[in-house]
Design a protein around this ligand. Structure first.
Ligand SMILES: [Zn+2]
Length: 219
């Protein structure tokens, strides 16, 4: 039975044996097929009581998603993911810091997730704030994390905070965050290098509800 078939036969939460058998590319397939169900508005029917009862015994999420706090990108919903299926870390601009990296390290090394998806989104307010040079309270330090992507787009495109430049910055930031995960986490870099996990990026379009998954180096 394929992973997709066996996933669809689950009556409750994901089991330890299901997670253990999963490869990184199969975990990405699950993210993509879950997103396809969201796009087609054909969510899987699940029994809440079974999900709760199973997940209370332990969690075996297939992937971890690093998303923005934006209210238009409800992460579990856009992957049609049930209780116990995804670790989700959210911070404005879906950037990394030691706490986020530690959370992702826990998700993959200690809780067995097979993929990390860095999920940006179009029209990101944090990226707009970084373009505008907003400085205020704790936002100053947070938005500074997004500046390298802004500077890259300024250099290769133009100095205008246009919709196109904002969305290009979103995609470049996602790629930069994927690289920072590798550079700043020996644990996650090691897991990726040994084939234990995959690290990929994606951009959710808040107008269409579609995710474009980014290939390595494609921005
Ligand atoms: Zn955002």
């Amino acid at each position: 039975m394929s992973v997709q078939e066996s996933y669809k036969t689950l009556t409750g939460a994901i089991t330890k044996s299901f997670q253990e058998k999963l490869s990184p590319s199969e975990a990405i397939d699950l993210l993509q097929s879950g997103h396809q169900r969201f796009v087609e508005n054909t969510p899987l029917k699940r029994t809440r009581t079974s999900l709760l009862a199973d997940a209370a015994q332990g969690q075996f999420p297939y992937a971890a998603v690093l998303g923005c706090i934006d209210s238009r990108v409800p992460v579990e919903q856009v992957f049609d993911a049930a209780i116990g299926e995804l670790f989700v870390a959210r911070v404005a601009g879906n950037t990394v810091n030691p706490d986020i990296l530690g959370s992702l390290e826990y998700a993959c090394k200690y809780a067995g997730s097979k993929a990390i998806l860095v999920l940006g989104h179009t029209a990101c307010g944090a990226i707009k704030g970084a373009w505008a040079g907003l400085e205020d309270g704790n936002l100053t330090g947070l938005l500074a994390q997004l500046k390298p992507a802004v500077e890259t787009v300024r250099a290769i495109r133009s100095d205008e905070a246009s919709i196109e430049n904002i969305d290009e910055t979103v995609a470049i930031n996602v790629q930069m965050v994927c690289d920072r995960i590798r550079q700043e986490s020996d644990i996650l870099y090691g897991l990726e290098s040994s084939g234990g996990i995959a690290i990929i990026g994606g951009v959710y379009n808040v107008s269409t509800g579609h995710i474009t998954f980014l290939e390595e180096g494609e921005v």
